[in-house]
Design a binder for this molecule. Sequence first.
Ligand code: NAD
Length: 342
Amino acid sequence: MLSSNNQFSALKNKQVLLTGGCGFIGSEITKQLSKAGAKITIIDNLSSGKERHIRGLKGITLLKGDLSDTNLVKKAVKNQEYIIHLAALPFIPDSYHYPMEFFEVNVNATINLALAAIKEKKVKRFVHISSSEIYGSSRYSPMDENHPTTPHSTYAVSKLAGERVVYTLHKEHELPVVIIRPFNSFGPNITQPYIIPEIIGQILKGRKELTLGNIHSKRDLTFVSDTARGIILPLITDGVIGETINVGSERAVAIKDLVKIISELMSKDVQIKIDASRFRPYDVDSLICDYGRANRLLGWKPEVSIADGLKMTIKWMVNNKIELTSFKGWTSSYRKDHNDKT
Ligand SMILES: NC(=O)c1ccc[n+]([C@@H]2O[C@H](COP(=O)([O-])OP(=O)(O)OC[C@H]3O[C@@H](n4cnc5c(N)ncnc54)[C@H](O)[C@@H]3O)[C@@H](O)[C@H]2O)c1
């Protein structure tokens, strides 16, 4: 994995609070910050994050608990200079089943953290992690930060609400906010059954015919070490407070082509079987990032190729015998559950 930790030497001995630091992107950020010698406090309720993702890393205090716990958050924020807020419910299909919970975590708990951060006068940066999903399907490509926002899932709506809340708190209370909108990330320590571990997982199970949904949708793929670097850089970069910045690679791959690349890397010959029940009710056709602003303001660009990143992801899944939750259906159970109760 490429690493650019020397560029984070300014964070040596600095206090950094990271929410969701045991998760997929969070654990890579923890690793990069730890190598830079930062003093890291993590709040994580371990709902999807794993302690083993940060095991052995130096300079870490893990507060196991929920972001909605006001006292815990107050304690965690005390004396922090830098905050990175990643904790969220991130898996879109889950939001069809639990839309209220997505707003509880992605919006209300975010407000809880931001209000505590406003009171802690030492905070120099509050880097809030949004998502490219807030854009909805592309009206033009690549998509810059001025692209209209028409979210296609309650997850995406909750992420849009979350970033608007922190931006408004920045304007009202001078919270030093930077909003990062990552596009699809992949790599070791993935916690959710996103499309890449799904494809690798089906091949590892020995399937010759992969069962997939919409194979024509295109996603912009960024290796997790690059995403993490794009999230840490705003902590140490001047002139970025109040900015919203895309972090994505502009390398869009259709799911059917992804299957071809992965199966070739794994030396397996596979076919695709379309399962209509896997189609998302309101899918996003294409997300392709214009990372010009990240490049101008942060000096960021992707460093890891898709093939190299996929090789590291496959190796991690094979070595750790990773099996993510198998597919349970995209369609919402909310209506049924709701009707049952009333
Ligand atoms: N992975 C991607 O491709 C991607 C793309 C765009 C945006 N994002 C955003 O990046 C962030 C991290 O996503 P990820 O893919 O690493 O997911 P993840 O599920 O691995 O990480 C989320 C972390 O937050 C923790 N968490 C969840 N709810 C919590 C709560 N109430 N209190 C405390 N901790 C809680 C989880 O245990 C986990 O460690 C999210 O905000 C997500 O919306 C991810």
